[in-house]
Design a binder for this molecule. Structure first.
Ligand code: COA
Ligand code: ZN
Length: 328
């Protein structure tokens, strides 16, 4: 296996999911105006795609019960794709009515997680997705399918790559989906597994938009992103501040943090199109919105070249050290 982590200007598309995957997990209801301002700030920062919200049952995810208003009132930056998560026909109708650019359909690779998250068997979910797909096609709205627990399930354990690829075949070849997202819902993915799955997907469906969606639950998030890039991926979901997590997956925690990934990729010479100052400004406003600290290491530590002044007694220390040198 060759390692090609020298970015050399290679384009990596960063897709923000903090306003959906992030806010869905929060107890606090972030006021609608603040959500809109957050999406606008993320557009200004240069994200390629923003998953603005979810058109799900307001009983299942009360934090996103204002989906229509948010989607309708954000400022649309040309070139940015504004997507939304949609679980069923009702959600698709609401999303299309609110002028969503892309529908993100979701089901799980395992029966246990699909039943806990969507209250359906996988077969029932696929039938529902196909119905949603028909509605999206009629409205000429592109469809992406997100496959949860593609790298492991908190209730069933390992998920065979063949199972994941079989479902992908249903989305790409049967439904004609424009894109597929492989989701590591509870941070069970590891780099060699990621590389193998990305390669297998890319070989079979070179034209399909492939997104990787990692959670940093076990600290492997950035390693997984790099392994995926090495295997040919160029599109990643990430969440501002590193917030997030599926409320219906035991042990779920934050997505990979947008500013950490953008920072690391910039160091290595990749081109994400994201303005780090704007991104950090948006992230620093998050704790006030959600009422708690955020995981972001970059907000805590700053960028690697955000230098610190030397200590006040630096000159005296230097003189003393030089004096000691002269005495010997
Ligand atoms: N938008 C708004 N309301 C919806 C809806 C949608 N997309 N889908 C269902 N509902 C409402 C129904 O109208 C019904 O309301 P009522 O009780 O007032 O009549 C209620 O939700 C239950 O509907 P039902 O069709 O019986 O669905 P369900 O209870 O089996 O729920 C889901 C299925 C998938 C719609 C629901 O569990 C859901 O939205 N889950 C969200 C999962 C999620 O986002 N997880 C995290 C991201 S992976
Ligand atoms: Zn997620």
């Amino acid at each position: 296996m060759t390692t090609n982590w020298n970015g050399a200007g290679r384009r990596i598309h960063m897709q923000e999911v903090g306003t959906r995957d992030g806010l869905q997990a929060e107890d606090a209801f972030v006021p609608t105006e603040d959500k809109i301002a957050l999406v606008n700030a993320l557009s200004d920062a240069g994200m390629a795609k923003i998953e603005v919200t979810a058109f799900v049952s307001p009983k299942a995810i009360p934090a996103l019960r204002d989906a229509e208003i948010v989607m309708r009132r954000i400022e649309r930056t040309p070139g940015v794709v504004y997507s939304a998560l949609v679980p069923n026909v009702r959600g698709a109708e609401r999303a299309i009515d609110a002028l969503t650019d892309e529908l993100n359909l979701v089901m799980s690779a395992t029966e246990s997680h699909n039943l806990s998250n969507l209250r359906m068997t996988r077969e029932q979910s696929f039938a529902a997705l196909s119905e949603v797909n028909a509605i999206a096609r009629a409205g000429a709205v592109p469809v992406n399918v997100s496959l949860s627990c593609a790298f492991g399930c908190p209730m069933e354990g390992d998920v065979p790559a063949a199972t994941v690829l079989d479902w992908c075949a249903c989305y790409v070849e049967v439904m004609g989906a424009h894109g597929v997202t492989l989701c590591d819902t509870t941070g069970m993915a590891y780099p060699t597994q990621v590389a193998a799955l990305v390669r297998a997907f890319r070989e079979r469906w070179p034209e399909t938009e492939l997104t990787l969606h990692f959670h940093n639950t076990r600290g492997m998030g950035l390693a997984n992103v790099l392994a995926a890039i090495d295997a040919g991926a160029d599109r990643f979901d990430a969440s501002l501040g590193g917030i997030g997590g599926c409320p219906y997956a035991p042990g779920a925690s934050g997505n990979v943090c947008t500013e950490e990934i953008v920072h690391a990729l910039a160091c290595m010479g990749f081109e994400t199109g994201v303005d780090m100052d704007r991104l950090l400004a948006a992230s620093r406003r998050l704790p006030a919105l959600i009422g708690h600290d955020i995981p972001s290491q970059i907000v805590k530590a700053g960028r690697r070249l955000d230098l610190h002044p030397v200590s006040a007694d630096f000159e005296a220390t230097r003189q003393r050290a030089l004096g000691r040198g002269a005495a010997h």
